[in-house]
Every structure is written in structure tokens, then in C-alpha cells.
Design a binder for this molecule. Structure first.
Ligand code: SF4
Ligand code: F3S
Ligand code: FES
Length: 246
């Protein structure tokens, strides 16, 4: 983005789903806001402008503003995206913003991904099951092959934004589906040489229709992941491995 683009501005319209599930009188509706936005702005900045100058009641989440915390994910014209990584320049003159489906709605564009992610992590035990009670991580890191460390790092880039789950048709039909984010976590520990679990243990966790056998290879998760995690490869690999255990 160059300085010239940043100075280009136009009037855009944001149609935003407004709804407060805590308020019995509230009914879901689209509210339209017009604002003058520079093309170099992110959608996150535009939403802040709206909240500051037009409507202080508008609810949406953010923490980092840099694509790291995962909290600003929302549906932008029907696709899950991070507001802080979405440029106004890439949006049409009129856009519709709705909250991520699947997750509990807090209000307007704000959803509780954290609660779901915590439940998924507990269910899939997404922590290191170490060989030793107090592993000497420094020593073990030394032994880890660089390509293994790189593969783990790649999967650890997940920011738990929920875009993969929001994009997934299976997740919309199965509330207990662990989603691509869950598969990514399992894949991460499966390749970690410090973890004691074997494929039988992983089968216990994801070898059912709420896990890999519920996945219909729709691959919207892969296409919509804002961190471009290798979800397609990992899901295909896990499916093959779990089919061998079954
Ligand atoms: Fe977000 Fe990608 Fe992690 Fe899914 S896998 S939660 S889309 S970063
Ligand atoms: Fe859903 Fe991704 Fe499988 S979109 S169906 S988890 S390939
Ligand atoms: Fe943290 Fe957008 S505000 S990812």
C-alpha cells in the first residue's frame, strides 16, 4: 500500500448486523452506516471511526490490531475475515458485516470464540504429554530435527480466530465438530517428539464423526485461514492415519 492509495478516500456503506441477545426487546436487524473511508484504512479502523463518531453502542472485538490475537474475526460479505487485516481498498462501496456463525453471540459483531476454543482444547487435550515429569526442554529441543521444529512452528501460528470453523459446512451442522483448528492442534502434538501419545490415543480423541470422520473435505477452512496454515495437508494426513487405526 503506497502513500497515494492511503490518501484516496470514498464514501462506503457498512450494513452491520445489530442484535443484543441479553436484551429481550432486541431483534436482529441490519443497520446501515455511511462513512468516508481512506482506501488505506483497515476495516478495523473504519469500525472504530463508526463507534467513535456515530454509534458508541456498536459491539466488536479487537486486541492486537495486527492479525495476532484472532479476536476481530467477523463475516465480511459472507466470508470470515480479520477486520484488522482487511483493507477498505479491497471492499466494494457497500459491504455487509455479520458475526461469525457457530460461536455464542455476545452482541452485534462480538462472539465468544474463547469459550469454544477452551472447550475444544480441553476435549482434545492440546497440551504436551511429556515423557518425563519435568522434561529438560532445552536438551530435547537440541535433538529435534530442524524440519520437525519448523513444522511445529508452522502449526503453532494458529491464532484461534475461528475463521476455519465459521467457514466449515460440517461445523454448521454438528455443534460438537472439533473443526480444522482442532485438527491443526492434534497434528501439532502428533509430530512433536516430546509427546508420548500414539495414534491409538489420537484416535480416541478425533476418530469419530465429531472429529476427522465428520470432515467432508470441503476445504473452506484451508481457503479462509487468515494465517494460511497448511490445513488441507494436515487434515488429509490425519484422515489417512486415523483410517488405518480404525
Ligand atoms: Fe484461525 Fe487458521 Fe487457526 Fe482456524 S486454523 S483458528 S482459521 S488461524
Ligand atoms: Fe470443514 Fe475443512 Fe473439513 S471446511 S469439512 S474441516 S476440510
Ligand atoms: Fe487481533 Fe485483529 S485485532 S487479530
Amino acid at each position: 500500500m503506497n502513500a497515494e492509495n492511503f490518501q484516496t478516500s470514498r464514501c462506503i456503506t457498512l450494513n452491520i448486523l445489530r442484535y443484543n441477545p441479553q436484551d429481550k426487546a432486541s431483534e436482529p436487524r441490519l443497520q446501515s452506516y455511511a462513512l468516508e473511508a481512506a482506501d488505506g484504512m483497515t476495516l478495523f479502523i473504519a469500525l472504530n471511526e463508526l463507534r467513535e463518531h456515530q454509534d458508541p453502542t456498536l459491539q466488536f472485538d479487537f486486541v492486537c490490531r495486527a492479525g495476532i490475537c484472532g479476536s476481530c474475526a467477523m463475516m465480511v460479505n459472507g466470508r470470515p475475515r480479520l477486520a484488522c487485516r482487511t483493507l477498505i481498498a479491497d471492499l466494494p462501496d457497500e459491504s455487509t458485516l455479520t458475526p461469525l456463525p457457530f460461536f455464542a453471540l455476545i452482541g452485534d459483531l462480538s462472539v465468544n470464540t474463547g469459550k469454544w476454543m477452551r472447550g475444544m482444547s480441553e476435549r482434545l487435550q492440546t497440551w504436551l504429554h511429556a515423557k518425563e515429569a519435568e522434561p529438560d526442554l532445552e536438551r530435547i529441543e537440541e535433538r529435534m530435527a530442524p524440519e520437525t521444529a519448523e513444522a511445529i512452528y508452522e502449526l503453532d501460528r494458529c491464532i484461534e480466530c475461528g475463521c476455519c470453523v465459521a467457514a466449515c459446512g460440517t461445523a454448521q451442522m454438528r455443534p460438537d465438530f472439533v473443526g480444522a483448528v482442532g485438527f491443526g492442534k492434534i497434528a501439532r502434538f502428533r509430530i512433536d517428539p516430546r509427546d508420548t501419545r500414539d495414534d491409538d490415543d489420537y484416535f480416541e480423541l478425533i476418530g469419530d464423526d465429531a472429529g476427522v470422520f465428520g470432515c467432508m473435505s470441503l476445504l473452506a477452512c484451508h481457503d479462509m485461514c487468515p494465517k494460511a496454515l497448511p490445513l488441507k495437508t494436515q487434515i488429509a494426513f490425519l484422515r489417512r492415519k486415523m483410517a488405518l487405526v480404525a
